[in-house]
Design a protein around this ligand. Structure first.
Ligand code: B3K
Ligand code: ZN
Length: 870
């Protein structure tokens, strides 16, 4: 078989043909779904190229051009292409194909999720339904008829508005849908099944009524109410903050159990992983509620940033994803707990995106080379993409940013465009020059900004010296300097913010644009303590030679929650690193303990932020700080730090636990969420030292009326190896065996226990009835969680690597997208010690030999093994 081929951004060519109208008629059947499509096609340009349509795994039944059936020598089927030479300038093509949705385990194209039929077409899934120009710059008006038995499929859905419905012979029926908005095939959707429907409506600011429908598995209506509210909140928010309203008469969301990702923004018919729809206090945690709100918002916001203005080609994915993540982050922040959301976003960047930037799969937010597009739905494209948009927002301000958005929409509504078009609109609307800023789209890697300062008391002058350096990434050895907005506050010895004067300082932002640069401030009456990258104003690593005293000063006085939180985080990292480099147990100074104690007891401080102060950097994040990492030392030091804090803060932890643990019924609001965060974080330390009183508390907490507390009790017991752990594991599974989404938490808690025997437990759990290799949620909960567990994955005997490779091999054929996601933790094998390098490399080489290796895995395995020859 031919090896998968790379595509390059520079090779983009506009389509030789466009399709203006598509009529689809889909007659559903488990193994023989018949798809009739009628395409109205126009040739572009003067030359006469062959028509080449994409198709994968299809059985072609017939093909007719302008009503005449083509003989088999009038077209060629080759690999994934249907080629017809010599077509007229304008014509109609009728194609009949047959597909087998019940055997579609890759969950791309048309497949069965439980009893329902559903689709997933982004990025290139439509070609598994019928032959088509499956690329985002071909926009067509779709009319879709869905046919199915009435029994089992009372709801037949597709994009747009319903036009016609009726009965068919054999107790079957049909519905025809029409979507007036031209769209690329990746936004096509079809669903057929038996659901409960939650109905509501929304009136747009223009006074139009939109029907809202949420389809969930039977019996789950009450668990859909929160999602419905989140949808209405999103619709209102996009009007008030961005001036963007909804454009169809109906907005539908369907929740399905089998889904590779979070959700999909198909026009008018979102399809969601049920995990991001279903939420009530008993079966969802606070974090789940917040995730539902954010994903509902994200998919809704795509209606403008993604659907009405879409991507010209898939290299431009961040055009819609970075921007839409930025919008959903702002939505969540405007709804509640802005600082908590921001800190969580930073954690994702530092733990996962920085790791990706340092891995063989590092890519710019707009990649240049892709083998399998599904491999590029990454934290880089999404989250770093959002940080790049956020930097634009920082540089232009809310008003300037919104001015740019308005121009972007005005210029490009209804088009398929590029990241360049977006930047150009921002630039034109603000009459500014973003040439250098564009490097964020071009260059991969995490810049490191090294700052030092000096103070001249006589001249009353303060100088900040900044250097930026971005390490090389595959294919990019030398980097040019970025535009890095460094929002900075300066504190005096009393902890007051100083007002500093410099021409370079605008709205507290200094722009670092060169490899080396100095900022001079005059009239400075005392040496300031700088708070750099306030709000994490750029996705960079920050180096400033803070003393412990300076960090503690910022911890105590920063008005920015990120800076306060980060001061503690950096001190944690430092004590871990010192213990490792000096080969001694972790030590914490009295000053640090007392500063933490003061903060924790400060009733003025939001309990959520106090909880975040106590949450240690993960072992995975600490490991990411090293170019050559000693896994055992990192895992051990992280555990020691937790133990040490538990004993040195025992008193305050107990007090906070007592004061904040729930009393009274569950309420979902910022105050209650914050108190639960604080109580549960404390519990996670207290469970390290079992005693009768705490055991009783732990049991009571486990019996709470909400999953947040119940799960916190379970997690504290399991992660602290508390004597009650096995009892709670057993009780939890008895209670929740009928609720797969809750059992996912149970799997994840066990898979994240920081110990080498976790591997044995995870292996055993694959045999448990709660686990199923065919369902991505189960695989992510158990196995992806395990891949982020440093102690378990990197077991020194290599058993973790071997087993993971077995699992990936098994998933290679059934669901390559899921398999590929599990591989990421192995790609950075060069950072490990020599023994582990040998062990991981052997598994990568074994994977490379897998018969019929999917393109998804091929791309990652090859890039990882290529590092050797660097
Ligand atoms: N756009 C989809 C992702 C589709 C994934 C394809 N493998 C979800 C989202 O970002 O909203
Ligand atoms: Zn998205």
């Amino acid at each position: 078989m031919a090896l998968p081929q790379a595509k390059y951004r520079k090779d983009y060519q506009p389509p030789a043909f466009t399709i203006s109208h598509v009529s689809l008629d889909v007659d559903l059947d488990d193994h023989a779904t018949r798809v009739e499509s009628e395409l109205r096609i126009q040739r572009q340009g003067q030359h006469n190229p062959p028509l080449e349509l994409d198709g994968e795994g299809l059985t072609l039944l017939s093909i007719a051009l302008d009503g005449r059936t083509l003989a088999s020598d009038e077209y060629q089927l080759e690999g994934g292409t249907l080629r017809i030479a010599d077509v007229p300038e304008q014509f109609t093509l009728q194609i009949v194909t047959q597909i087998d949705p019940a055997n579609n385990s890759a969950l791309e194209g048309l497949y069965k999720s439980g009893g329902a039929y559903c689709t997933q077409c982004e990025a290139e899934g439509f070609r598994r339904i019928t032959y088509y120009l499956d690329r985002p710059d071909v926009l067509a008006v779709f009319t879709t008829t869905v046919r199915a038995p009435k029994q089992g499929f009372p709801h037949l859905l597709s994009n747009g508005n319903p036009q016609q419905r009726g009965d068919l012979d054999g107790n079957r029926h049909f519905v025809t849908w029409h979507d007036p908005h031209p769209k690329p095939a990746y936004l096509f959707a079809l669903v057929a099944g038996d659901f409960d429907v939650l109905e509501d409506s929304f009136q747009t600011s223009e006074g139009r009524d939109v029907a809202l429908q949420l389809f969930v598995d039977k019996g789950n209506l009450s668990r859909a109410e929160f999602a419905m509210q989140a949808l209405k909140d999103s619709m209102r928010w996009d009007e008030t903050r961005f001036g963007l309203s909804y454009d169809l008469d109906i907005y539908m969301i369907v929740a399905v159990d089998f889904f590779n990702m979070g959700a999909m923004e198909n026009k008018g018919l979102n399809i969601f992983n049920a995990k991001y729809v279903l939420a009530d206090a008993r079966t969802a945690t606070d974090q789940d509620f917040l995730a539902v709100e954010s994903v509902i918002g994200h998919e809704y916001f795509h209606n403008w940033t993604g659907n009405r203005i879409t991507c010209r080609d898939w290299f431009q994915l961040s055009l819609k994803e970075g921007l839409t993540v930025f919008r959903d982050q702002e939505f969540s922040g405007d709804m509640s707990m802005r600082a908590v959301h921001r800190i969580n976003d930073v954690r994702i960047m530092r733990t996962h995106q920085f790791a990706e930037d340092a891995s063989p799969m590092a890519h710019p937010i707009r990649p240049d080379k892709v083998i399998e597009m599904n491999n590029f739905y990454t934290v880089t494209v999404y989250n770093k993409g959002a940080e790049v948009i956020r930097m634009l927002h920082t540089l232009l301000g809310e008003e300037g940013f919104q001015r740019g958005m308005r121009l972007y929409v005005e210029r490009h509504d209804g088009q398929a465009v590029t990241c360049e078009d977006f930047v150009a609109a921002m630039e034109a609307a603000n009459d500014t020059d973003l040439s250098q800023f564009r490097r964020w789209y071009e260059q991969a890697g995490t810049p490191r900004v090294t700052v030092s300062d000096s103070y001249d008391v006589e001249r009353q002058e303060y100088r900040l010296h900044c250097q930026q350096h971005t390490p090389k990434t595959p294919g990019q050895a030398v980097k040019k300097p970025f535009v890095i907005p460094m929002r900075s506050f300066f504190y005096d010895a009393q902890g007051e913010v100083m007002t500093l004067h410099s021409d370079s300082l605008q709205n507290d932002v200094l722009q670092i644009t060169q490899n080396e640069q100095e900022f001079v401030f005059s009239g400075v009456s005392e040496r300031p303590i700088p708070a750099l990258f306030v709000g994490f104003s750029a996705p960079v690593r920050i180096d400033y030679p803070y003393t412990e005293t300076q960090r503690l000063h910022l911890l105590a006085h920063s008005s920015d929650a990120f800076i306060a939180w980060d001061s503690a985080q950096q001190l944690y990292v430092k004590v871990i690193q010192e213990a490792i480099s000096q080969q001694r147990p972790v030590q914490i100074s009295d000053a640090f303990i007392s500063a933490l104690t003061t903060q924790l007891q400060d009733h003025e401080t939001d309990p959520a932020l106090r909880a975040l102060l106590l949450q240690l950097p993960s072992a995975e994040a600490v490991a990411g700080e090293y170019e050559q990492v000693d896994i055992d030392a990192v895992a051990q030091a992280c555990e020691q730090l937790k133990q040490l804090l538990a004993s040195r803060l025992a008193q305050v932890l107990t007090l906070l636990w007592q004061a904040n643990k729930s009393n009274g019924a569950y309420q979902f609001n910022a105050q209650h969420i914050a108190q639960r965060m604080l109580a549960n974080t404390c519990l996670n330390y207290l469970a390290l030292t079992p005693n009768a009183e705490l055991d009783a508390d732990l049991m009571a907490h486990f019996g709470a009326d909400n999953l947040t507390d119940q799960l916190a009790a379970l997690q504290a017991a399991v992660h602290c190896q508390h004597p009650l752990a096995d009892t709670l594991i057993e009780q939890f599974s008895q209670q929740w065996q009928a609720q797969p989404l809750v059992m996912d938490k149970w799997l994840a808690v066990q898979a994240s226990a920081p110990s080498a025997d976790t591997l044995d437990r995870v292996q055993a759990l694959t045999q448990h009835p709660a686990f199923n290799y065919a369902n991505p949620n189960r695989v992510y909960s158990l196995i992806a969680t395990f891949t982020h567990n440093l102690a378990a994955l990197h077991r020194s005997d290599g058993a973790g690597y071997r087993w993971l490779a077995d699992v990936i091999q098994q998933l290679n054929q059934s669901n390559p997208q899921v398999a590929s996601r599990l591989l990421s933790s192995l790609l950075q094998w060069k950072r490990l010690d020599i023994d582990r390098q040998v062990l991981v490399k052997a598994q990568l080489e074994r994977l490379r030999q897998t018969p019929k290796l999917a393109a998804d895995l091929f791309e990652k395995v090859e890039s990882s093994l290529a590092v050797e020859n660097d």
